[in-house]
Ligand binder design. Sequence first.
Ligand SMILES: [Zn+2]
Length: 411
Amino acid sequence: MTERLYYVDPYCTQFRAHIVEVQRLDDRLGVVLDRSAFYPTSGGQPHDTGTLAGYPVLEVIERAADGAVVHLLPADSVLSDSEVEGVVDWPRRFDHMQQHTGQHILSQAFVQLFQADTVGFHLSQSYSTIDLNRNDLGEEEIARGETLANQIVFEDRPVSWQWVDAEEAHRLPLRKPPAVHEHIRIVQVEGFDWSACGGTHVKHTGAVGIIKVVHVERRGAETRLTFLCGGRALRHYAALHALTSKMARQLTIAVEELPEAVQRLQDEVRRERKAREQLQETLTEHEAAALVAQAPIVGTVRLVAQVLTGRVPQEARQLASRITAHPNSVVLFGLGPSSEGETVARGKGQLLFARAEDVPCDIRLLLQEVCREVGGSGGGSAILAQGGCDATRLSEALDLARALLQRWLAD
Ligand SMILES: [Zn+2]
């Protein structure tokens, strides 16, 4: 079994060791040493990276069969000496130590304040999560947990470790029962938290930097807290600061005034939208009146027949309804492809037929007859119907509809 140097000194980043075993594993070279400072993926903490004999350490795993630490190097690595030097990538390791120690503290804070146990822990490359076995903690409770955790950080308490047997472990106020029954490694945040853990931790809580919960998610009976510690929390703060400062500069206000300014902008947009809608209504009203005034009498009705371009269907519907508010009127609209809003699909044309209440004609039937001729389809009611056909056949469709209407009204 590999002697794990990080158990004794998690700050050791450079070491010499003897090669015990070299094995080809798929497209990598698996190397086992007599001792190693490399942490293998386990307990929710990702593995270390770095170099071994100058070759990059791609992954570090724990062999289930005998607990050996296996360092995976590129397949073409050549290990000619029996003794090699290992160098652990310190920024990555220290980041993991900050997150992992922060997790112990945050988990214990929720135990002490709310008897909420941590039932899951995950440390990823950008954030960490703990799952609490309660789903009734509100914003205020989460904030209290965060505050207590940071208080423990600020007190700069020593973080130490010791090996104990099952009996000794039993006497300690462990957060959860250990997974192993002998030779148990206990990590203690002085006077605050005792956990059976094989991970890497900072020496004093102050080195965690800060613990910030950035997301809370209810998951059935549990609550998942996403949190950032140390360097990650600082980078997050810097990014948020840059973002809010930029927004404030754009609006020429102080950062603190952002919520108020956003509210003002939203109100303004709402007012402008309403005013625009009212203007549009007035415009449509006038347009409808003008179209009706110019419309030729076909049979017994005033017929407005036009291919509209650059209009969204909603506008066309509004215009049609304004026109058919005039007695004895019929609207036959063709809509070409439009590029904005509720668009007509590219190359597709739309047909919109409508009539005033007093016109004795089934508009749906008219639309369906026309669609049959020009290869489209559609439906609606006796007074308003919509359909679609190829955009190139819109004029033809309107001519057909006009002719049919004339014939029907004459009958
Ligand atoms: Zn730990």
